[in-house]
Write a protein that binds this ligand. Structure first.
Ligand code: PKZ
Ligand code: 13P
Length: 677
């Protein structure tokens, strides 16, 4: 877990002279003090290539290796035994001639491959640094993590696995690598950016390699992609960087991990092509997210604006805004070899019984792959720095208290209480709390930074939500979703308690018993909260303070309300299950939630039930519980069409109903009015 501290007082790092708080130092401050030109033109300290790459090679050939060009990489991919064997198999099965398949693989590679050049990095880095200085107060990095990463880069291939909350993630991460003289990464990027005029080729030259969003059934694509990734891992010259969540989280919660890319990386080690691989989870936390408003509308179903250079230019108004600070936490590198030993049950020697070109992951390896993917996502959350606004948002949302302005003194007392209680139970070591300020001053500062969401009414000394006009339902929901995205940053710290609380609420177990309710909710919410532990046993949290339980319950209730919407819509329109895809069921549930809000806007938790992500996750939960079962044809085509066990659906609805209606009291002193929004 987060192994650092936030110092109350700012100090200078004795080595670099940079401002430092706790384990973090700010790299933007230096950019403000000194010009950027010298910074981009300077000679960088190099990191030696991994020992295993250079082993047995002369200094000269090691030098050649360290300068392998993108064209060399592509040549290695196309001439690899694995690719040739795979294509030959496809040729035999489909009757397609080998030269045709080879040229298809070549075309895929031409489209995919990066063209990393230091000249491009330096030029683009100059522009990126200028923008970052303008919009962020600081970019903080845990220097110990950098030291460990540097060491890892000189030992074995390294894979950077950042969480994905913003487009700024990959720009800043490359900037950090450049600044700390680390090898620049090759970054898996969705095709969306490739079509951007000029920017597409700049990103390619800065290390982006472009992959399709999904290539589930395209075997030639899979083969080429896997070999391309593995070639990078084997060479160990550039860290490979990819976003395991596959897309930016619009909700502030972790996304269910994708395993295709990680599978390719692990394969290099399972097949004994490299002695070890280091995986480095990188947590990135923004005080205020650039895309916050766009995300909320996307959750409501408004299509994402297409990435384009003109769109980028239009977004320049953002340059005049204050987005607070960013924190990067580089976790201790995870050795794949050590992880496999601790995980147990993986026997790599099975691959020596068959030619490597034929090898496929065993079931045990696939299980380890999934466990590793979840482990990384959990590390992301546990290490992510939390801003005071996340606690503030959670308190304001709990039990609809922000229906009316909340007195500053009351909010400050609750914030102080929550901060200390979460610290007591070991959560939130990573809270970025400016201890030199009073709690009231912290709240005032957060209201300034998030003035688009909350406001401090100075005359009344109270905090109120900024709300859109009553008539604009969509805008009101968007405001609410933005606020909840900050609350969601702390969900991983309270989810187990919230589940325990829900399971042990007498009114909800319907005779099932707490353990069975716990298990049901755990499966139902497995996509909504991928960090929920897989352990079969319900943890014993009976000692948790009642008020903390109430808080956790209030945090969970919107997700349960979303699940309840999905159950209701399926019960009211039984034909939906058989005819519709997951997204269509979610859209029907969203329509229902909006209709509820029109007739009763005081349904506080239903303002989050309009989030499509939440609703799609709920449908996945029903699949996981086997209440919905995809028909065979639909499973193959990815289309809709599931059979539904309505009896079990009804029973689940009965469990959820009291949980979404229970009024938690004691989250704060003053009971909520729930009368108006
Ligand atoms: C100084 C500073 C300068 C600044 C300098 C700036 C630098 C600027 C750089 C810009 C850089 C931009 C960076 C953008 C950031 C993104 O664009 S993030 C989005 C792109 N990245 C990713 O998505 C990475 C994570 N995604 C994955 O790993 C996904 O799995 C993949 C690889 C994309 C594939 O996705 P998919 O086709 O949806 O596949 P997935 O659902 O994982 O699996 C589908 C099926 O294929 C099967 N499968 C798995 N492996 C295989 C296999 N090897 N063969 C065949 N089938 C397989 C699976 O078993 C699965 O089957 P089922 O279990 O469903 O039956
Ligand atoms: O992940 C991406 C780039 O960062 C691709 O965009 P989305 O987050 O919109 O899917």
């Amino acid at each position: 877990m987060f192994n650092g501290s936030f110092s109350d007082t700012w100090q200078a790092n004795e080595k670099t002279g940079r401002p430092r708080k706790g384990v973090f130092e700010d790299l933007v401050d230096e950019r403000r003090q000194r010009g950027d030109l010298g910074w981009v033109l300077r000679t960088r300290r190099s990191v030696p290539s991994p020992a295993f790459c250079a082993a047995g090679t002369s200094a000269a050939s090691a030098a050649i290796k360290s300068s392998k060009s993108p064209a060399d990489i592509n040549r290695d991919v196309l001439s690899s035994d694995r690719l040739t064997y795979g294509l030959r198999e496809i040729s035999l099965e489909t009757g397609r001639p080998m030269p045709e398949l080879m040229s298809e693989a070549g075309a895929i590679l031409d489209e995919m491959s990066h063209c990393l050049s230091m000249f491009a990095i330096r030029s683009f880095g100059y522009a990126v640094a200028k923008v970052m200085k303008r919009i962020y107060r600081g970019v903080f990095v845990n220097t110990e993590g950098i030291t460990q990463l540097r060491k890892a880069c000189s030992e074995y291939p390294v894979v950077l696995m950042p969480m994905h909350r913003s487009y700024a993630d990959f720009l800043l991460l490359s900037l950090v690598c450049y600044d700390y003289d680390l090898p620049l990464p090759a970054i898996a990027s969705a095709m969306d950016f490739m079509g951007m005029q000029l920017i597409g080729s700049i990103l390619r030259n800065c290390g982006a390699f472009f992959i399709r969003r999904s290539f589930a059934t395209d075997r030639v694509y899979w083969l080429t992609f896997v070999e391309y990734v593995k070639t990078h891992v084997r060479d160990g010259l550039h860290p490979v960087e990819f976003f395991i969540e596959g897309t930016r989280s619009r909700t502030g919660k972790s996304l269910y991990p994708k395993t295709g890319m990680l599978g390719a990386i692990l394969e290099s080690w399972f097949m004994c092509e490299v002695p070890d691989v280091y995986l480095v989870p990188v947590s990135i936390s923004y005080d205020r997210t650039l895309e916050q408003k766009l995300y909320a509308y996307e959750l409501l179903g408004v299509p994402k604006p297409k990435e384009s250079t003109s769109g980028l230019l239009k977004a320049r108004a953002l340059l005049d805004e204050d987005f607070g600070s960013v924190h990067f936490y580089f976790d201790q590198p995870i050795s794949l070899r050590k992880f496999a030993t601790e995980y147990g049950g993986v026997d790599r020697s099975v691959h020596s019984l068959a030619p490597k070109v034929k090898a496929q992951l065993t079931d045990a390896e696939t299980r380890m792959l999934k466990a590793m993917a979840h482990h990384v996502v959990s590390r992301h959350c546990l290490n992510a720095v939390v801003s005071p606004f996340c606690l503030l948002a959670a308190l304001l949302l709990a039990d609809g208290r922000a229906c009316r302005p909340v007195p500053l003194t009351e909010l400050a007392a609750d914030l102080e209480w929550l901060r200390l209680r979460l610290a007591d139970v070991g959560s939130l070591a990573s809270l970025d709390w400016p201890a030199q300020l009073s709690t009231e001053a912290v709240i005032a500062e957060q209201c300034r930074l998030h003035s688009d969401l909350v406001t401090l009414l100075t005359k009344d000394q109270a905090v109120a939500l900024v709300t859109a006009p009553d008539s604009d339902l969509e805008a009101r929901a968007a405001q609410r979703l933005q606020l909840s995205s900050y609350r969601n940053h702390i969900m991983c710290h309270v989810i187990e308690l919230a589940l325990y609380d829900a399971a042990t609420l007498k009114s909800s177990d319907g005779g099932l018993g707490a353990a069975a309710v716990f298990d049901t909710l755990r499966h139902l919410l497995h996509r909504e909260f991928p960090t929920i532990s897989d352990a079969e046993e319900m943890p014993d949290m009976a000692d948790a303070l009642p008020r903390l339980r109430n808080f956790a319950r209030a945090c969970l209730r919107p997700s349960l309300a979303g699940c309840s919407q999905v159950c209701s819509v399926l019960l009211e329109q039984p034909e939906l299950a058989a005819q519709s895809s997951e997204r269509h069921i979610a859209m029907a549930a969203q329509k229902r939630a909006f209709a509820n809000l029109v007739s009763n806007p005081s349904l506080w938790d239903d303002w989050e039930s309009v989030s499509l992500d939440l609703l799609v996750n709920a449908v996945h939960g029903l699949h996981r519980l086997r209440i919905l079962t995809k028909s065979r044809g639909a499973a193959a085509t990815g289309d809709g069409g599931s059979s539904c066990d309505f009896e079990r659906l009804r029973r689940l609805h009965l469990i959820l109903d009291p949980l979404t209606r229970t009024q938690p009291d004691g989250v704060h002193e003053v009971p909520s009015t729930r009368s108006r929004l």
